[in-house]
Design a protein around this ligand. Sequence first.
Ligand SMILES: [Zn+2]
Length: 472
Amino acid sequence: MSIIVTGGTVVTAGGLARADVLCEDGKIAGILDAGTRVAADERLDATDLLIFPGFIDPHVHSRDPGMTEKEDFAHSTLAALCGGVTTLLEMPNAVPPISDRNIFEQRAAAHGRHASVDFGLWGQALGASNIEDLPGLLRAGAVAIKLFWGYALDKATKKLVYNTADAADPDAVIPPPDAGEVLRVFSVMAAEGGLLAAHCEDREIVLGAERLRDGPVEDYADLLASRPALAEIAAVSRAAEFARVTGCRFHVVHTSTARALEIVRAARADGVRISAEACPHYLLLTEAAYARLGPAMKVYPPVRSADDQAALWAAIEDGTVRSVGSDHAPHSLTDLAGSLATRPAGVHGAETLVPLMLAEMTRGRITPERVASVLAESTARLYALDHRKGRVAPGMDADLTLVDPNRDHRIDRAALHTKTKATVFDGWTGRGVAVASVLRGEVVMRDGEPVGEPRGRLVRSRHADRHTLVGR
Ligand SMILES: [Zn+2]
């Protein structure tokens, strides 16, 4: 089975070039001079289109199994597909969380039956109870290990306890790992060469801020006061020093403050293996959006100032931000109807990640090369998927996202493919949209709709055991 993509402009992190892309048996077989005559079973016309490496969303919470009233894997991967993503990396905090190799394999098999895009799986560090399981998770091919730093876990379900007041009952919860346990997690990850990532808000500072404020969270200033910038800054600062001492590769997910980015930048300049992630809601919203959006924009850490937002764009430009992810974190419609105090934190994002970044590209805020980097090439390297994903180059999986940079796009909440339909970007307009996607050599999306049955498969990191045969 072969397909040739003709007439387009191939985008890599290194530049743009007019070329045809020949795909054979699911792999990229050649990058050919435009117009080269070659036999192929199928021809895909990409005239006037940009051919990106298939986009990767590294940060998705599909809530499956255990919280499928909010979302499930079939819906999240379909939404990602329709937006222009060809691989997503699934966060581990479903029920049960992916805390050992057996659960990893069970989750991989279950998700493989419903995946519209290829997927990698994160493992989760619970603290002392599963430190010995982390090497097994990496050897199974987990793309990274996530530490929900500062969160207690429900004893029975190992679900994260979001509300700090609920975490006070010592019989019901496993308290968050202390600094010594977290340092052990860093050390084990360093020895294995795996990537550790964490939610970075210092729990004690958040608890202290809540006590100091001592009143209901009624407006956005209350929310900001209860999750202060210092909570993130302190956690990132500590993580940078832990990474420096242990040599662990560390990634700050959903970075929200300018100062945390400065800490990451300075540590990187010193040779510390640390990087940051940016998400569209921090890149495109500020606290001022609350007047328009209300509690719908509640996320942890919270969306902050215009200065913080500008710092995120600068950090994309200089490589401090190595990857952009959606942090797709859907909730049920009942949850979403809550007030600023009661509504759980988290926004939908799987289907809007790509169009939002493309709109910024055509506005000139980010170059096509940088989009190819933070949504594909650099992300694939960070998560050890660069043996198969992230580049339009011979031998790689034939994953392509074809973009029309001249087509206007409007985000419409009702048209989303997620299980519950919500977005803080309803009505957002921009130029540039993914018009077709190729997954391992097959056209799987056209004009924002799926083509054929779901064909997504597990992709294991290149650290996976050589004798692991399934799903390589
Ligand atoms: Zn998240």
